[in-house]
Design a protein around this ligand. Structure first.
Ligand code: BES
Ligand code: ZN
Ligand code: ZN
Length: 480
């Protein structure tokens, strides 16, 4: 979809549809409504349009004004979640206008909410994963924002457009089936990003560094593991990087602790954390942000196999020397992340480490699809991440990492074990497991198991990969 900004009166612009965002009970813009003989007022008064969140009603205009149609886009009650209401309206509008060539956005009713949020929703809402389809649905062709093309609006729209495209980039990576989206394909994806440096550790290089915990996950697989380091450093950025670690298990069968068939169906999305960090680095690079970022993707498959799969009861050693009893080979994410976090803490002198991972089914149980779980060792970092998430409606809910959890994962013959001794607390014990590898470095952990995949489409998401994390991470990074 082409996006532009123009200063033209809404009644005059020639396009297929004029989009008018309206809060519940808000009066329509008078010049447009009177040109239409009071039509909008009438559908509002009759209750045919209420202005509910993500509501969208199309009216044909005859030739009374330039645009062939008016689309009334509901924003809901004014006040609560206004920014996200605009993003939703953007998504709902483009879904309604699918197949048309051009639309224009009337901005006089937006109030204090940036029209850039509408653009974001429009680009996210028109996403479809088409790689394997013979025919694709035609999306809206172009969107013109009707406003004075001031500098601040254009830079807000540029930001929104860049971030939304990076979310869609991440969605594509996650939606691509595991037979194609292998660790090696993730390397190609990283190398496709302009303005960044990509380094890759193969098995031998990772072994040299002592990443036995990470490598043990790939022992059953014929696809070679790839530990990806993708760095972006803006001009004048801080010396210490913010390290983003993304879980990148390109397929999680559970390994010898095999998952039931139905739980395995969607496990290509176990690299959604890796996709999110690549999306963030891509957007940061395209926007030339003044930040120092390193993304780490310890990519591997998790399969049973004849070579040397993890066997329940095995002991592996992470690169910081910690020994781990692998009692369940399906708790593989933490094994890979342990070495990535230890690598960051030891080798990269980071300002902070943020990991993002589809780590536990327990996260899904606790929070469903409404929030990711947030844990960490630094209150300031946790607060900043929670705030960044709230602002873009990628909500992150803080969970505790009490010292008492140490006993849950204490090993019998090794330092720790990769699953809890108890049935309860699966979300926080996974976080607690990761904590020790960060040492003194400020660290935060985001569990996106419940939010990275959608069973049904939303106003600005499609069924499948959501691309969650890109907007939160970008909002956090942009605040640095
Ligand atoms: N990738 C899964 C977590 C997951 C589950 C993500 C459902 C998305 C949806 C992870 O590797 C896993 O299997 N975790 C186990 C841990 C358990 C064995 C302690 C789980 O959550 O069941
Ligand atoms: Zn698993
Ligand atoms: Zn997994």
């Amino acid at each position: 979809m082409k996006i532009s900004v123009k200063d033209v009166p809404a009644e005059d612009i020639k396009c297929d549809a004029l989009i008018i965002p309206l809060w519940e009970g808000q009066a329509p813009p008078r010049p447009i409504d009177s040109a239409l003989g009071g039509l909008i007022k009438k559908v509002c008064a009759s209750g045919e349009f209420k202005g509910r969140r993500a509501e969208a009603l199309v009216l044909h205009t005859g030739s009374l004004i330039g645009p062939g149609r008016v689309l009334l886009a509901g924003l809901g009650k004014k006040g609560t979640g206004a920014d996200d209401a605009m993003t939703r309206a953007g998504g709902a509008s483009v879904k309604k206008l699918r197949g048309l060539a051009s639309a224009a956005l009337y901005t006089g009713t937006c109030g204090s909410v940036s029209p850039a949020r509408f653009v974001e929703g429009a680009l996210l809402g028109s996403y479809e994963f088409t790689a394997y389809k013979k025919s694709e649905r035609k999306q809206l062709g172009a969107l013109t924002v009707l406003a004075e093309p001031g500098k601040s609006l254009s830079s807000e729209i540029k930001y929104a457009r860049t971030v939304a495209r990076s979310v869609n980039f991440a969605r594509d990576l996650v939606n691509t089936p595991a037979r194609e989206m292998t660790p090696t394909a993730l390397v190609r994806a990283a190398r496709s990003i302009k303005g960044i440096t990509v380094r890759v550790l193969d098995r031998a290089a990772a072994r040299k560094l002592g990443m036995d915990s990470y490598l043990s996950v790939s022992g059953g697989s014929a696809e070679p593991p790839r530990f990806i380091l993708a760095s972006y450093k803006g001009r004048g950025a801080a010396a210490r990087p913010t390290v983003l670690v993304g879980k990148s298990v390109t397929f999680d069968s559970g390994g010898l602790s095999l998952k039931p068939a139905s739980s395995m169906e969607t496990m290509k999305y176990d690299m959604a954390g890796g996709a999110a960090v690549l999306g963030a680095v891509k957007a940061a690079s395209e926007l030339k942000l003044k930040v120092n970022l390193v993304a780490l993707l310890p990519a591997t498959e998790n399969l049973p196999g004849g070579a040397s799969p993890n066997k329940p009861g095995d002991v592996v050693r992470a690169m910081d020397g910690t020994t781990i009893e692998v009692l369940n080979t399906d708790a593989e994410g933490r094994l890979a992340l342990a070495d990535a976090i230890a690598y960051a803490a030891k080798k990269l002198k980071p300002a902070s480490i943020i990991d993002i991972a589809t780590l536990t089914g327990a996260c899904n149980v606790a929070l469903g699809a409404e929030a990711m779980a947030l844990m960490g060792n630094d209150d300031g970092l946790i607060k900043a991440i929670a705030r960044a998430g709230e602002q873009v409606h990628e909500r992150a809910w803080h969970m505790p990492l009490y010292e008492e959890y140490a006993e849950y994962i204490k090993g019998d013959i090794a330092d720790i074990r990769n699953i809890s001794r108890r049935r309860s607390g699966g979300l926080v014990t996974a976080g607690f497991f990761l904590k020790r590898f960060a040492g003194d470095t400020p660290w935060a952990h985001l569990d996106i198991a419940g939010t990275a995949w959608a069973d049904k489409p939303g106003p600005y998401t499609a069924k499948g990969a959501t691309g969650i994390g890109v907007r939160l991470l970008m909002n956090y990074i942009a605040s640095l």
